[in-house]
Write a protein that binds this ligand. Structure first.
Ligand code: AMP
Length: 123
């Protein structure tokens, strides 16, 4: 049975939907039935991986009623951190949303950043 977390609504114009589908290449580091993780094309730290749902959702606002998928995304971020070897030293998981949040790609994604001491400022 397909759960909401693993259903696969796609936006044909969305960059990350195209990456999930393999139509645009990416350096993938993790994938499961709900989530795909790949390296950011313009890394801001030695480890910079984006964790995205397979299903198209524009931003974190669309996760309001999606506790299962939200949990899958966070769990995948923690798995990626372990796979990338930054779990012990520490890392940051960040989500940008909307204009003031400086979101540039309209498919919700978690940034997993690590591999060096990160700066303290978030805003
Ligand atoms: P945000 O600004 O939070 O929306 O993050 C979008 C991220 O997507 C940025 O860090 C970009 O560098 C990254 N990005 C854009 N295009 C690609 C791509 N083709 N492959 C991997 N990462 C990308």
């Amino acid at each position: 049975m397909t759960s909401r977390a693993t259903s696969n609504a796609v936006d044909p114009d969305c960059l990350f939907c195209k990456i999930v589908a393999g139509a645009i290449p990416s350096d993938q580091v993790y994938a499961d039935d709900a989530v795909v993780a790949f390296r950011d094309i313009a890394p801001q730290a030695p480890v910079h991986v984006l964790v995205v749902p397979r299903r198209h959702l524009s931003g974190i606002d669309d996760l309001r009623d999606e506790p299962a998928l939200s949990g899958r995304l966070l769990a995948a971020a923690a798995k990626v951190a372990r796979l990338e070897g930054v779990d012990e030293a520490g890392y940051r998981v960040a989500v940008n949303h909307g204009r003031h949040g400086a979101q540039s790609v309209g498919h919700v994604h978690l940034h997993v950043l690590g591999g060096r001491q990160l700066r303290g400022e978030l805003g």
